[in-house]
Design a protein around this ligand. Structure first.
Ligand SMILES: [Fe+2]
Ligand SMILES: [Fe+2]
Length: 333
């Protein structure tokens, strides 16, 4: 590096730091540190992958939804998740990566998706528990991301969060109906909450003292709150909601702590989290297999779209050439 280049980088770093600390937005054309770019690519890709893999557990129940109304709601929800994946792959592409490469990495197991989607949906009540708890945890995580320092990610999150509120609401309403239905329906709702509660708490990631990326992400204002802060917030939101649902949260240590002004809760089984992360959860293999198959089955759509785009751009450049030749270009204004 020459001295002039080095001075340039120092200036650019100073500009970047100033924008971030003034709560401004970094946009795709702006200079950014390589590590900032790499962190965003990793995070946005993992987020996009989670959205599309997350379609699977619930899509399992579309054909078995108990009424037309429930089926319409569930289909809308699963389609929203596909849309979230698209916004996020689009946001990742503003960082000079190709979505095809990101998908290849997902399929090869080299990039992650949220471990929550490696759990099975055993009953219809699981659709309710996922909406209430999993989408609820996602909202708690994602609302602060609407203020993330990277513009395209922050803007994608605004729209995603609006749709996530609908997801959380439909899950809560579904569980409420089951909980106040027959004793068998109530038991089904309770069983689903028993199975989804702890994995939902794991969605916030490892405890703060073991979270490797947190500190730098906070300094860059990608992340606003620590994993433990967000987890605590989520527990405090869920306790009164569980009460109005008439369902119990499966934690004997859960109680209000007057002094702290929040709820104490029991120890999370982090060995389970690590196992699922390593690929040994109940559905890891099935989810990736199904994703690879869906990708292969969609090859003709990608080929057709690419052929159409090539034809369109060839035609546009032909028009531009003939337009200039006949003087039409001058009339365009
Ligand atoms: Fe989503
Ligand atoms: Fe959602």
């Amino acid at each position: 590096m020459t001295t002039a280049q080095a001075t340039d980088t120092v200036d650019q770093q100073a500009d970047f730091d100033a924008v971030v600390s003034a709560e401004g937005r970094i946009e795709p054309r702006d200079w950014m540190p390589d590590a900032y770019r790499a962190t965003l690519v990793r995070q946005i890709a993992q987020h996009a992958h989670s959205e599309i893999i997350g379609m699977q557990p619930e899509a399992n129940w579309i054909t078995r939804a108990p009424s037309l109304r429930r089926k319409a709601i569930l289909m809308a929800k699963v389609q929203d998740e596909a849309g979230h994946g698209l916004y996020l792959y689009g946001a990742a592409e503003t960082l000079d990566v190709d979505r095809g490469e990101l998908l290849d990495k997902l399929h090869a197991g080299r990039q992650r998706y949220s471990s929550i989607f490696n759990y099975p949906t055993l009953t219809w009540a699981d659709v309710g528990a996922i909406g209430w708890l999993v989408d609820g945890a996602a909202i708690t995580n994602q609302v602060p991301l609407c203020r993330c320092s990277y513009g395209p990610y922050a803007r994608a999150m605004v729209r995603i969060c609006k749709e996530e509120s609908f997801h959380q609401r439909q899950g809560y309403e579904l569980l409420h109906a089951l909980s106040h239905g027959t004793p068998a329906q109530h038991a089904m709702a309770q069983d689903a909450v028993d199975r989804w509660w702890w994995p939902s708490l794991m969605m916030f990631g490892p405890p703060d003292d073991e979270s490797s990326h947190s500190e730098q992400s906070m300094a860059w204002r990608i992340k606003r709150h620590s994993n433990d802060e967000l987890r605590q917030r989520f527990v405090d939101i869920c306790v009164p909601q569980a009460e109005s649902l008439g369902l119990a949260l499966p934690d004997p240590d859960l109680r209000w702590n007057e002094e702290r002004g929040t709820h104490d809760f029991g120890e999370i089984d982090w060995s389970e989290f690590q196992q699922v992360l390593r690929g040994n959860g109940p559905c890891n293999e099935q989810r990736l297999d199904q994703r690879r198959t869906a990708h292969e089955n969609g090859a003709w759509v990608r080929e057709a779209a690419a052929a159409h785009a090539a034809k369109h751009s060839a035609r546009t450049s032909d028009d531009a050439v003939s337009g200039t030749a006949t003087g039409e270009g001058a009339m365009a204004g």
